[in-house]
Design a protein around this ligand. Structure first.
Ligand code: ADP
Length: 360
């Protein structure tokens, strides 16, 4: 019973590890009547209860602390990314708009023949905007965004991943429309059947596929987005459920120019000529979006370092003493910030895209 889990002052003690005791589980008790939960947990559970104060069926038999963790740490009420924040990727934006945003906005139209796939895979090199796209989808479709890194399920939630997955899908169910973004999905749905594959990670994978199956057939307004930079690791079952697979490549030269301008303009630091910008773009072939961001950061330190060389201390420095960011700052920064993706890796993405990607 709950009583056995009281702390010294009678407060609820979150169980470290389920011991199979029924005390760790909400059965049909709602937040209201359950006095043994911590306030924060109770509030969180209450928010998920229907008008009648009943806990939705999907959340029954789940541990309150896991529901609370999903609500506070995994659920993002304001993902705050819009299409306009994402450079390039026109193809992906167009596909995603038709495939997932419209169906989330107009479920009444997208049924029958038009009923959408519920699983989307974004693959490609790291730092190219996959997470941004996930957040933007949620923003544009006015959906609740859930972010989880699959590797945390196996590393941080050892032995509890299954329960957390159930809580995740359960809370998403109560928060429709919902977008569940699973980063590094390869680590969850990998095809490697090494001898060392733990029974627990196999169970986790099964649980995950079951949950996906559940909303794939129903009327739920839930979209699952998996992101990976190792698509080759996904097995057939995973590919089958992630029906749309979009390649998110490195930014084009125009997209790199856009990132430079956008970041510097935000701080009122953009003074580069068109020639200088295109010179930088030539030199940054192979840089990812996140490499570009790091490059701009480093380059923007150039004027500061130079101003300090005159001997004036950082506390006395006036902003007017700093010159604008110039081409040479970028050239210097390129010594520090190197592209993080190799061309051989790129080849393997393109190959996988030809074989399994959604090309149109
Ligand atoms: P991924 O999920 O593909 O590994 P992210 O979406 O997390 O990459 O991108 C990391 C950071 O790199 C972003 O926060 C953003 O600052 C920058 N970035 C990456 N791609 C783009 C892009 N296409 N447009 C604008 N910024 C980008």
């Amino acid at each position: 019973s709950w009583n056995s889990r009281r702390g010294p002052r009678g407060s609820f003690v979150p169980p470290i590890r389920s011991n199979g005791g029924s005390g760790t589980i909400i059965s049909r008790v709602t937040g209201k009547s359950d006095y043994s939960m911590e306030d924060s947990t109770r509030k969180c559970i209450e928010m998920l209860c229907g008008l009648n104060g009943e806990l939705p069926e999907k959340l029954r038999n789940l541990e309150p602390r896991l529901i609370e963790h999903v609500s506070n740490e995994i659920m993002d009420r304001d993902p705050n990314v819009r299409w306009n924040d994402i450079a390039g990727l026109e193809h992906a934006k167009k596909c995603v708009t038709e495939m997932v945003i419209w169906p989330l906005l107009r479920p009444d139209i997208f049924r029958g023949c038009r009923s959408p796939g519920r699983g989307l895979l974004l693959f490609g090199p790291p730092g190219t905007g996959k997470t941004m796209i996930g957040k933007a989808i949620a923003g544009e479709a006015k959906a609740t965004f859930f972010y989880i890194s699959a590797s945390s399920l196996t590393s941080k939630w050892i032995g509890e991943g299954e329960k957390l997955v159930r809580a995740l899908f359960g809370v998403a169910n109560c928060r429709q429309p919902a977008v569940i973004f699973v980063d590094e999905i390869d680590s969850l749905l990998s095809q490697r059947k090494s001898d060392g594959e733990h029974e627990s990670s196999r169970r986790l994978k099964t649980q995950f596929l079951i949950e996906m199956e559940g909303f794939d057939t129903g009327n739920e307004q839930i979209l699952l987005i998996g992101a990976t930079n190792r698509p080759q690791e996904l097995d057939e079952a995973a590919r089958r459920r992630l029906t749309k697979r979009l390649y998110i490549p490195l930014p084009s030269s125009e997209a790199r120019a856009w990132i430079i301008r956008n970041l510097l303009e935000k701080d009122g630091l953009f003074m580069l000529s068109e020639e200088e910008t295109s010179a930088i773009c030539k030199l940054t072939e192979g840089y990812s979006g996140s490499d570009m961001k790091n490059l701009v950061k480093d380059a923007s330190m150039g004027p500061l370092r130079e101003a300090l060389q005159s001997g004036v201390g950082i506390t006395k420095l006036s902003k007017e003493d700093m010159r604008p960011v110039m081409l040479k700052d970028f050239e210097n920064a390129m010594q520090e910030v190197r592209p993080s993706v190799s061309s051989s890796e790129l080849g393997s993405y393109e190959e996988w895209n030809m074989q399994f990607g959604s090309l149109s």
